[in-house]
Design a protein around this ligand. Structure first.
Ligand code: CP
Ligand code: NVA
Length: 316
């Protein structure tokens, strides 16, 4: 693993190592044990979109690992004025030890990795959100004790979060069902990749327009905003189209008895999810948000550090 751009690129051993190290770093942090795995190193964090969790968890995580996080808003760096990805990648590679980027076009992230000589971490593109889904699956692993064979239902927009869920679940042998309105489904290319991985792992992928079909018997119910960053102009239409896809008590009751609820946040109560569900006893959303910190620290330590973490493996 040289970069973290898509979960489709990760092997089972990469997931095991990330989750094993995440658990160790989480425990150490709670006990006040220092872990300076990235001492003297710098992470550049490029943002062309807003963020609360991604920015704060990467920035804090880098600090806790003994390194230095550099916040690079596109409003302030020359990339925002038209400097090429090529030159940006070449120049940043001379100064810093890793790049985390949140942007629109997924190809920009791929190019940054191709032209630069340092690890690149995808902090969300229009296509994928791999860091989020690593934290989500780590959260499920903590609460359920295993992942293989579980069924996750995603209800809502076939967006970056849904695409990475397809990748992650399929790679790890989880069943995943995605329910979206016609015309708002996941990337066809991602569905194909997930179907191939699921076939190899003996798990199932279901793509449907019926939320009830997706949720039936699920162990995890997941949703995300109906209006992602960059889609603000479509808001009115989207709120109408997605109405039947709300996660509320009627829908949630169709899931398994022990089902948990996840949402990457930010959430819009009364739209994609009702308050009784997201603030209810089955919701893990704040554990999930916290785990962004631990999981991304593990990813940074593995990609950027000089230590061998191959012994830190979690059972999945
Ligand atoms: N879930 C997530 O990525 O949140 P932010 O947009 O606040 O970073
Ligand atoms: N799908 C959302 C996720 C935010 C973390 C968006 O892209 O805006």
């Amino acid at each position: 693993m040289k970069h973290l751009i898509s979960l489709h690129d990760l092997e089972m051993n990469d997931f095991r190592q990330i989750f094993g190290l995440s658990a160790k770093l989480k425990k150490e942090l709670k006990k006040g044990i220092r872990h300076d795995h990235l001492k003297g190193m710098t992470l550049g964090m490029i943002f062309t979109k807003s963020s609360t969790r991604t920015r704060v968890s990467f920035e804090t995580g880098m600090y806790q690992l003994g390194g230095y996080p550099l916040f690079l808003s596109s409003a302030d760096i020359q990339l925002g004025r038209g400097e090429s990805i090529y030159d940006t990648a070449k120049v940043l590679s001379r100064y810093i030890n890793g790049i985390m980027i949140r942007t629109y076009d997924h190809n920009d992230v791929i190019q940054l990795a191709e032209y630069g000589t340092i690890p690149v971490i995808n902090g969300l593109t229009d296509l994928l959100h791999p860091c989020q889904i690593l934290a989500d699956l780590f959260t499920v692993l903590e609460h359920k004790g295993g992942l293989k064979g579980l069924r996750l239902a995603y209800v809502g927009d076939g967006n970056n979060v849904a695409n990475s869920l397809l990748h992650g679940c399929a790679r790890l042998g989880m069943d995943i069902a995605v329910a979206s309105p016609a015309g708002y489904g996941c990337s066809e290319a991602v569905i194909k990749e997930a179907e191939d991985d699921a076939a190899a792992m003996g798990s199932r992928i279901l793509v449907t327009e019926y939320p009830e079909e997706a949720v039936a018997g699920a162990d995890v119910v997941y949703t995300d905003t109906w209006v992602s960053m960059g889609q603000e102009e479509e808001k009115k239409k989207r709120l109408e189209v997605f109405k039947p896809f709300q996660v509320n008590s009627r829908l949630f009751e169709m899931a398994g008895k022990e089902a948990v609820f996840l949402h990457c946040l930010p959430a819009y109560r009364g739209f994609e999810v009702t308050a009784d569900i997201i603030d209810g006893p089955r919701s893990l959303v704040f554990d999930e948000a916290e785990n962004r910190l631990h999981v991304q620290k593990a990813v940074m330590a593995i990609l950027m550090g000089n230590q061998d973490f191959s012994g830190e493996t979690a059972d999945i």
